[in-house]
Design a protein around this ligand. Structure first.
Ligand SMILES: Cc1cc2nc3c(=O)[nH]c(=O)nc-3n(C[C@H](O)[C@H](O)[C@H](O)COP(=O)(O)OP(=O)(O)OC[C@H]3O[C@@H](n4cnc5c(N)ncnc54)[C@H](O)[C@@H]3O)c2cc1C
Length: 290
């Protein structure tokens, strides 16, 4: 397959190049997912629009009490970043377990989100954190909440000619603790069968719980019906197990190469209980143990 590689020097130039022929051109970031799709001829673009020479798309900055992470920030740089580790350790945890060191050194956070694979580790975490994707396109700039970013398998709500420029994570006490736990069906550096994010605020009882799953539906799933049942109840292992039962009963997992539906349902029960219990533990004020 032959294609050109275009190398714009600004976000506006990248948008213009894409918008000129949106059906025939594709953004390339790290290329780790795109190359696989090109080899399988799932995409046959006439040109790739590379973001590598566009300044200002990489790095982690504080923003309104939260964090702004450039779309071209490599996964390895996300999990190594001191601000991410301090203010959003659950994202550091999720980016550190993606694939293997070779992929993490090249793949970008924006590419991971825009690839929209339902097994991906970071999107569920960003959903639980209430993050937004900042995008630029022919009609200007807009923010898309992660909850609205995913449409279907490998499909986002990006419009033709739009590119993701950054991920915005609001500041919140919930972001400072939290747990990301993945269940592997096969090798450790493969895609996960299941990814569980649990964020909690705890005093005597559970004040807030946020729970998201990857790998069970066509896009990351927030388990609001479980979250609501947690509030005001004693934050202990018994509650974690009861909530995990609710989670397992409420999901209808997809069967795939990572496991059949019935297996994933049981793994939701096991992994959600463990993730919530650990999230309660991490969120508990220092010195207080159950
Ligand atoms: C062997 C292997 C194992 C993997 N295991 C895991 C895993 O365990 N967990 C996990 O989460 N991921 C896993 N991945 C996926 C990996 O994280 C993705 O390949 C990667 O994040 C994509 O990032 P990239 O920068 O390479 O994107 P690219 O491959 O360059 O692009 C991916 C897609 O996003 C689009 N795109 C990229 N950047 C932008 C942008 N800024 N704006 C608009 N569109 C954009 C591209 O057009 C393309 O469609 C694995 C990949 C491989 C190859």
């Amino acid at each position: 397959m032959r294609f050109d590689v275009l190398e714009p020097r600004s976000v506006q130039e990248a948008v213009d190049l894409l918008a000129a022929r949106p059906e025939e051109r594709r953004v390339v970031a790290g290329g780790t997912a795109l190359i696989v799709f090109l080899k399988e001829r799932a995409y046959t673009p006439e040109a790739l629009v590379s973001l590598h020479r566009v300044p200002g798309l990489s790095g982690v900055e504080p923003e309104d009490g939260g964090l702004r992470i450039g779309a071209m920030t490599r996964l390895a740089d996300v999990h190594r970043d001191a601000r991410v580790r301090a203010e959003c350790p659950v994202l550091a945890e999720a980016t550190r377990v993606v694939a293997n060191a070779r992929i993490r050194a090249v793949a970008t956070l924006g590419g991971n989100l825009c690839h929209a694979d339902y097994h991906s580790d970071p999107p569920g975490v960003l959903l639980a954190l209430g993050a937004r994707v900042q995008v630029r396109g022919p009609a200007g700039e807009r923010d898309i909440p992660i909850a609205e970013f995913y449409r279907d398998f490998y499909e986002t709500s990006l419009r033709p000619g739009e590119i993701a420029v950054a991920i915005r994570i609001p500041g919140s006490p919930l972001a400072r603790t939290g747990v990301y736990q993945r269940h592997m069906y096969s090798a450790r550096d493969d895609w996960p069968c299941l990814g569980v994010t649990a964020l909690a605020e705890v005093d005597e009882t559970c004040r807030t719980l946020r729970l998201a799953l990857a790998g069970v539906a066509n896009r990351p799933l927030r388990l609001t019906w479980v979250e609501e049942q947690a509030v005001g109840r004693r934050a202990d292992a018994a509650l974690a197990a009861a909530l995990a039962d609710l989670a397992a009963e409420g999901v209808d997992p997809i069967s795939d190469l990572k496991g059949p539906d019935w297996y994933k349902k049981e793994m939701v029960r096991v992994c959600v209980a463990e993730a919530i219990e650990r999230a309660f533990e991490r969120a508990r004020p220092a010195g207080r143990r159950e």
